[in-house]
Design a protein around this ligand. Structure first.
Ligand code: SF4
Length: 503
């Protein structure tokens, strides 16, 4: 949403007419309609209509039930049971494309149902940009792109997922039946230069592939634009209220973690030089313009000093905005006074890359934190009233099973202060410090399943470290959390009611 808001700002500056359509690449509306083969339709889950945790949970559970039915109807796609996520990822793109384009596949049914394509074509566009940000959106983007091209529309792909795999994008990449061009980096710096020549839209200076498609890269901008949401269907989003995305910093200030490739994504300068006073003024004005209740920051890391400044500046403006985002475990946040300043200034939800509770692993990762410090930070933030989510990782090179167990133990010992978590497997990202230092033979071996993770990892039951099993045990013991299925809901609802798992 932020990337499209920036594109829209660039087009609006040029006076270029354009429309923003929510293509709903996770096709939730289509699933609710029952048109995929279910005899009845489902009531949509609208978090804004829930008045308490029980109503929220009822709606959410109905949505989960609907997804389970979809999963049963299309078992070969392996939909994840708790969200509309298809199990297929960019590195496996050839299989994803073959599956998405199956004539009787659910994605073909979604496009054939018509409303998305018609909603786009009624604007008679010369070109359509598709913002593809998650693996789960790939099949829908492939089918929709192909369908729009059949209608003579130029289709341009962009978005976070494309940028994450930018270096793998070649003419062999199986997206070109669904895209005419790809924009990498800051699309807003390119979009105003698009040209229509003999019925096809392209970008002068882009690298043209032998199949006639093109790839263009946006250069870094001197200053980040203010996003423009004028053309957005803001009233249609499913959240507990209106929450706008925003980003301040071009990249994380720490930039040392061995597994992280964040340092290479810096398409903009810091917004308003990262000055919390100016950012507060900008956010307040945006919130008034769009009737927003909250803001979620897409920054890789909101530094503690910035958050404290922002909280103070919002409070002195009586902006009454709720906000949240990613931060980093740092000594300053362990101070309960600092945590309560954040809460008073509107902060309601923070996510931390805890990764591991083994100090040996944390050192290997160059996280610059310890398990002891993490425990203190999580406690002060949670006790001040904010929701807390932690990212955990297993399989980092050199990690032993005992280290993973230490992390799992930490999770349960800090159950009161952690509202949600996800436990992902280490992945070797291009350009991360560890990838740059790795032996090419090791990199080749990452294609082998379980190369990085331990065979014992999958062990289920008490004392085991299977991620699904941990999740089940965590939420069974947790009973109540302030963390909701989306960031926007977490920011807006955590103070209204905590979500109970008791029933
Ligand atoms: S993992 Fe987080 S804290 Fe570490 S370098 Fe990346 S963005 Fe920064």
């Amino acid at each position: 949403m932020l990337g499209v808001g920036l594109l829209s700002a660039a087009l609006a500056e040029q006076g270029a007419p354009h429309a923003v359509v929510d293509a709903n690449l996770d096709f939730l509306r289509f699933i609710e309609s029952g048109r995929w083969g279910h005899s009845g339709s489902f009531a949509p889950f609208l978090p804004a209509h829930a008045h308490n945790a029980s109503q929220y949970l009822t709606g959410y559970r109905q949505q989960q039930q609907m997804l389970r039915l979809l999963g049963k109807a299309f078992p070969r796609y392996g939909f994840a049971p708790y969200q509309v996520t298809y199990h297929g990822e960019w590195p496996d793109l050839r299989r994803v494309a073959a599956t998405a384009l199956e004539p009787d596949g659910v994605w073909r049914q979604w496009v054939a149902a018509g409303s998305v394509v018609q909603g786009i074509l009624r604007h008679q566009p010369d070109w359509v940009g598709l913002s593809v940000n998650f693996d789960g959106q790939l099949p829908a983007a492939l089918v929709l792109g192909q369908r729009l091209r059949e209608e003579g529309v130029t289709v341009i792909w962009g978005g976070g997922l494309l940028n994450a795999f930018a270096q793998q994008l070649t003419e062999q990449t199986p997206i070109w039946h669904s895209a005419d061009g790809a924009m990498l980096g800051a699309g807003e710096s390119l979009v105003t230069s698009l040209e229509k020549v003999r019925g096809r839209v392209s970008l002068p200076g882009a690298r043209v592939l032998s199949n006639g498609c093109w790839i263009a890269s946006g250069v870094a901008q001197e200053q980040a634009r203010r996003p423009n949401f004028d053309a957005f269907p803001l009233g249609d989003y499913r959240a507990a209220g209106r929450v706008l995305p925003y980003r301040v910093f071009s990249r994380c200030q720490w930039r040392k973690c061995a597994f992280c490739a964040d340092a290479r994504y810096h398409f903009h300068a810091d917004r308003l030089d990262g000055n919390p006073e100016l950012v507060a003024e900008d956010l307040h004005a945006l919130a008034v313009t769009y009737g927003a209740d909250g803001v979620y920051f897409l920054d890789a890391e909101l530094p503690a000093a910035f958050m404290v400044g922002l909280a103070g500046a919002l409070q002195s403006r009586q902006a009454n905005l709720r906000w949240g985002g990613n931060s980093r475990i740092s000594r300053r946040l362990a101070d309960p006074t600092v945590a309560s300043q954040l809460y008073s200034g509107g902060c309601r939800f923070l996510r931390f890359g805890l990764e591991s509770a083994s100090d040996a692993v944390l050192r290997g990762m160059c996280k610059g934190t310890t398990a002891e410090m993490a425990g203190r930070v999580l406690r002060s933030v949670a006790e001040a009233g904010m929701g807390v989510h932690v990212y955990l990782m297993h399989g980092f090179p050199g990690e032993q099973v005992a280290d993973v167990r230490q992390t799992v133990d930490f999770l349960f010992e800090n159950l009161r202060n952690i509202d949600g978590f996800n436990f992902s497997e280490f992945a070797l990202y291009e350009e991360s410090p560890i990838a740059r230092a790795a032996d090419p033979d090791d990199i080749a071996r990452t294609a082998a399943p379980d190369f990085w993770s331990h065979p014992e990892y999958r062990q289920r039951g008490e004392g085991g470290v299977d991620d699904k099993d941990i999740e089940e045990r965590f939420y069974t013991r947790k009973k109540q959390i302030k963390c909701f299925p989306t960031m926007a809901d977490s920011i807006l609802l955590s103070e209204r009611y905590s979500l109970s798992f008791a029933d």
